[in-house]
Design a protein around this ligand. Structure first.
Ligand code: SF4
Length: 245
């Protein structure tokens, strides 16, 4: 694993209209240092629970989908868990996929952004960066970790001009306070490389996984936001000149 020859992989899937442009092969690496209250994939938290997988197996799948990527303007999205927990593999995979002409996206919280080398950033066509909250206290409450590393990583991406899509999950009573949303907008609007902000309404689809793992789900009683509430949050980003979805 130290050389990036193998990784602990949770799963992969073929998706369209999420995780980047076109049809994507999204690879979910196992292991994450965050504990987001709204996590839909708590089964990706432990790196030891993934399957040790050789990079050649992943690249063989990527090659199989080259015609699909070409026809749809899609590519590979490296996700998790937190992919930057296995930086050697991610760096090698991004380099190999780039050599094949594949559009490569990295889906990350940015918390381990310091693990991303300049060489890796050079091979990324897009970063899907989760800014899970804008106020440090709320961020800590939501994730169990600190906000600053995500801001630092965003600053590096901005300095290098790597295109970024921001993701913000709107959870009623947890992340939707106007001052928290404004703080996210403050952070994001100083990055000129942000092409869009995706405001994702919280949903309950991950509940069964928490139950299966025997972990108490902290948001069991929270209802998804109404569509006009989501639009109001999107409007706050639009007011800063940001393109939102
Ligand atoms: S960063 Fe992603 S995988 Fe990790 S806990 Fe948060 S939502 Fe779950």
């Amino acid at each position: 694993m130290r050389t990036g020859r193998v990784a602990s992989v949770h799963s992969w899937e073929l998706v369209t209209s999420v995780d980047g442009p076109g049809t994507r092969m999204t690879l979910f690496l196992a292991g994450c240092p965050l504990r987001c209250q709204y996590c839909h994939n708590p089964d990706t938290w432990q790196q030891r629970d993934g399957a040790t997988t050789d990079i050649d197996d992943i690249l063989a799948r990527v090659k199989r989908y080259l015609p699909v990527f070409e026809a749809t303007g899609g590519g590979l999205t490296i996700s998790g868990g937190e992919p930057l927990q296995q930086p050697a593999f991610v760096t090698r995979l991004a380099a190999e996929a780039s050599k094949l002409g594949v559009h490569v996206a990295l889906d990350t919280s940015g918390f381990l952004g310091r693990n991303a080398s300049t060489a890796l950033l050079d091979d990324l066509d897009l970063v899907l960066l989760d800014v899970k909250s804008g106020l440090p206290d709320t961020y800590r409450d939501v994730t169990g970790r600190e906000l600053q590393p995500t801001i630092d990583f965003g600053d590096r991406l901005a300095a290098k001009g790597v295109p970024v899509w921001i993701r913000f999950v709107m959870v009623p009573g947890l992340t939707d306070a106007p001052e928290n949303v404004e703080a996210v907008a403050d952070i994001v609007s100083r990055w000129p490389n942000v092409a869009r902000v995706e405001v994702l309404p919280f949903h309950q689809m991950g509940t069964s996984k928490w139950e299966r793992l025997g972990i108490e789900y902290p948001l069991a009683d929270v209802h998804p936001p109404e569509s006009d509430e989501v639009e109001a949050v999107r409007e706050r980003f639009r007011a800063r000149g940001l393109v939102t979805y």
